[in-house]
Design a protein around this ligand. Structure first.
Ligand SMILES: Nc1nc2c(ncn2[C@@H]2O[C@H](COP(=O)(O)OP(=O)(O)OP(=O)(O)O)[C@@H](O)[C@H]2O)c(=O)[nH]1
Ligand SMILES: [Zn+2]
Length: 358
């Protein structure tokens, strides 16, 4: 049998990182539940837990293992109890969202994804503003976004839609798919090559499951591997990282599908607006009524949609307080108040020096 770890996306990068720990075995987290992890190694898939040391060292939920993580374990066989995770290798990408509530606790949804398919159906699901949010989330994660327009069989002006998407997603690949048409998923295959990991984001019903099932094909059965539980019963192990017959792996976790606007990276998603704003007369132009505003000029001559500027402003506003706790927001507000002094810190120094001089 071919070494399944290769399909699980381990590259020379991870091998080099792991070589510093010759006594440990490399594996990949394929599922996670209640403090336990399913980890696949070159030999097996086994339930694993954090080592005591790693558990004590970990102070933030962001640093706990998540689906997609490459980890180092002390064992490589699943026959004698659980594997112990001693180390999590540095991530090349991570999808993170704020946990519900006001705690601002970060929750890692999935890691080490190379390509993230931003799925949108070519029917009434088609919404460029939503796609902009997905692009922000993707750029924030470190994974490379790829737009996947699904259900091409339902659309009569596919090429028009492609052009609309390319306008808001400069430099991003745009793929047209349909699971109802012959060769309808072929455009996805080049991304599923060996050592690559992909994931899908998109609203409910756009056809993500259908695409994933078609990609897994017959190998889907292989993912439903059985193992003996503690009492010797055969149980079906649940997996959120699956490998495809094309060599690449797919991560499909419920959390991934729900990703929305948590992460904002306006730099990349709005590169067109940022480029225009360099030509504005004022470097701090708000693109409202300022004279010599290149962004407003582009809206006027029709080369930029007004709605696009509106979503840019909305995202900027959300982003300015996003990820800050209440203390930081408070500090931000005070800094804003003291901005003529160069922030609170300088204001403090100023007052201190003034008092000294007295
Ligand atoms: N016309 C058309 N329908 C499709 C296509 N692909 C999937 N569907 C249908 O769309 C519906 C939803 O598909 P799913 O694959 O379950 O959608 P999903 O995105 O996984 O939805 P969630 O599981 O809720 O996230 C199903 O009835 C599919 O049969 C397609 O290419 N064309
Ligand atoms: Zn401007």
């Amino acid at each position: 049998m071919k070494n399944q770890i290769i399909e699980l996306g381990i590259t020379d990068r991870e091998r080099a990182l792991a070589s510093e720990y010759p006594d440990l075995f490399i594996g990949r987290v394929v599922a996670q539940y209640k403090g336990q992890y399913q980890v696949t190694t070159s030999e097996t898939t086994m339930a694993s837990v954090l080592s005591g040391k790693l558990r004590h060292q970990t102070t933030s939920s962001e640093n706990l293992p998540a689906v997609g993580d490459f980890v180092l374990l002390d064992r490589n066989l699943g026959d004698f109890g659980k594997g112990i995770i001693h180390k999590i290798l540095p991530r090349k990408s991570a999808f993170i969202r704020m946990a519900a509530g006001t705690s601002q606790q970060k929750q890692v949804v999935a890691t080490n994804i190379d390509f993230v398919f931003l799925c949108m159906a070519l029917n009434n699901d088609f919404n460029l503003r939503r796609l902009e949010r997905y692009l922000s989330v993707a750029w924030d994660s470190g994974a490379m976004p790829v737009v996947v327009l699904t259900k091409a069989d339902l659309c009569e002006n596919v090429e028009d839609k492609r052009i609309e998407v390319e306008r808001i997603a400069p430099g991003v690949d745009v793929l047209i798919t349909s699971t109802f048409m012959k060769d309808g998923i072929v455009p996805l295959l080049p991304y599923l090559r060996s050592e690559k990991t992909v994931a899908f984001i998109g609203s409910s019903g756009v056809g993500k499951s259908t695409l994933i099932n078609d990609l897994l094909g017959k190998s889907e059965m292989a993912t439903k591997e059985t193992r003996k539980d503690d009492k010797g019963r055969h149980t079906t192990t649940h997996r959120e990282l699956l490998w495809t017959p094309y060599g690449g792996a797919v991560i499909d976790t419920p959390g991934m599908r729900e990703l929305g606007v948590d992460g904002i990276n306006s730099e990349k998603s709005f590169s067109d607006i940022l480029k225009l704003s360099k030509k504005c007369r004022f470097s701090d132009c708000l693109h409202e009524t300022e004279p010599g505003c290149a962004v407003q000029a582009a809206i006027e001559d029709g080369s930029l949609e007004e709605a696009r500027l509106a979503s840019f402003k909305k995202l900027k506003k959300e982003a300015s307080y996003n990820g800050l706790n209440s203390k930081q927001i408070e500090k931000r507000k005070i800094d804003d108040m003291f901005q003529d002094f160069g922030g609170l810190k300088n204001a403090r120094n100023y007052i201190k020096n003034k008092n000294k001089r007295k």
